[in-house]
Ligand binder design. Structure first.
Ligand code: ATP
Ligand code: MG
Length: 394
């Protein structure tokens, strides 16, 4: 499904980013490596992306003056966080090229719209989401079919890193959890027997060309991504092909432009279930910086600048380890310490990425390390050694 290619935005024009987090920071690095300038809009004056940007527009995400300044500065704008106000992207879209579009982002922001899209798309993708039901009132809870329990109650909006989720075993649990969430609209999802979790990173150009990265196997801890391993030790060739075909269908059905990451569950019986999608580069795609020809951030630059997409080929097996603020504290205490980066960096193939965040807090994403090696076994051995150095239990 190819349409006409429009003229590209060439360097040294300025590309804009909504949001100042680490994804914006790594985007800025990739854009600058290609000769672009980067403007970041974020209310914080010292943010990971703001530190890396050529220009920081310190304004709220819905601030008209700030948005006008961003549009005036940039040839194209993207977002680095999922919960960017879709209206702001729509406003920007009236003035400059915005990728991904406000309409695609608004589907990914809302679990109800997202699930509906996945169901509608299943005839093309061959994959369904988990059985689910919208919970907007206490009466909805009484009407839940028994098969949905035990389940997970998730807020429809603003959930991330497992926040806004409660596991529920009974109808009484659902009532209590729904009340505890303040009665905001929620989705009850059936708890599925997961064998493992995978994600597929895709990118699609404005002309309909798309690319799909190798499938990544993800391990979460306390709702936060812990490691990503590519190639995934549990992933069969057939499963990878099914997930990649599904990703291609999903990105095409959305008419998406930019990088999109789709999370899937692989169940104990081997079946594939689509979980959610992130309309931006994704934590599980950080390995692409060190292990692929074109990183997910370089790919985002190419897509929004209307350039040909880059080569997604992986040249080394890789394991990515998220570095949370916990490693700045002595085991189980509040005593601060500096992680022994010099020991980690002595490991062959260890690529350290820190996001420039001043304050280390437990559970806060501070950086990541990607271990690349000639074999996956060697990369996994480097992971084990690094975890021993940093005091991370494996
Ligand atoms: P993210 O950080 O990826 O944005 P999130 O907070 O949006 O996460 P989900 O990805 O929906 O939430 O869920 C977080 C994790 O909870 C999943 O990676 C999975 O381990 C588990 N989980 C979610 N839904 C289900 C389900 N229906 N059955 C079993 N486990 C689930
Ligand atoms: Mg998720």
């Amino acid at each position: 499904m190819s349409t006409t290619r429009q003229p590209p935005f060439l360097p040294p024009t300025t590309l804009g980013v909504m949001g100042g987090g680490q994804l914006g920071r790594m985007f800025a690095h990739a854009a600058q490596a290609m000769g672009y300038k980067v403007a970041v809009l974020d209310p914080a004056t010292d943010s990971p992306a703001g530190q890396a940007a050529n220009q920081l527009i310190a304004a709220g995400y819905t601030d008209d003056t700030g948005l006008a300044a961003l549009a005036a500065e940039c040839v194209a704008v993207t977002t680095e966080f999922e919960n960017v106000p879709a209206n702001s992207l729509a406003l920007l879209g009236d003035r400059v090229f915005v990728a991904p579009s406000a309409s695609c982002v608004s589907i990914a922001q809302d679990r109800v719209l997202e699930k509906r899209f996945f169901v509608d798309c299943a005839q093309h993708s061959g994959v369904m989401p988990a059985p689910h039901q919208v919970i907007a009132s206490a009466a909805d809870i009484d009407a839940i079919p028994d098969e949905l329990l035990p389940g997970i109650l998730k807020t429809v909006r603003m959930g991330y890193d497992g926040k806004g989720q409660v596991r529920v075993a009974s109808r009484a649990d659902v009532h209590a959890a729904f009340a505890a969430m303040g009665g905001v609209i929620c989705l009850l999802e059936k708890m599925l027997p997961l064998a493992y979790e995978v994600s597929v990173l895709t990118a699609r150009g404005h002309d309909g060309e798309s690319v799909v990265y190798p499938i990544a196997e993800n391990v979460h801890r306390d709702g936060i991504l812990f490691t990503t391993t590519v190639p995934g030790p549990n992933v069969s060739a057939a499963c990878a092909a099914r997930a990649q075909d599904a990703a291609r269908a999903i990105v095409a059905q959305l008419g998406y432009v930019g990088v999109l990451c789709i999370e899937f569950f692989v169940l104990e019986d081997g079946s594939l279930v689509v979980n959610e999608m992130a309309p931006r580069p994704h934590n599980s795609g950080h390995y692409t910086i060190d292990a692929c020809v074109s990183s997910q951030f370089a790919q985002q630059v190419r897509a929004m600048a209307r350039l040909p997409l880059g080569d997604v080929r992986q040249h080394s097996p890789a394991v990515m380890l998220n570095i949370l603020g916990d490693v700045w504290f002595e085991d189980g205490s509040d005593t601060a310490r500096e992680p022994a980066w010099e020991q980690v960096l002595a490991l062959p193939g260890a690529c350290l990425h820190l996001y420039g965040k001043e304050e280390a807090r437990r559970g806060r994403k501070m950086g990541h390390i990607t271990f690349v090696a000639p074999t996956l076994a060697q990369a996994q051995e480097q992971l084990r050694e690094a975890c021993a150095i940093l005091g991370i239990a494996l």
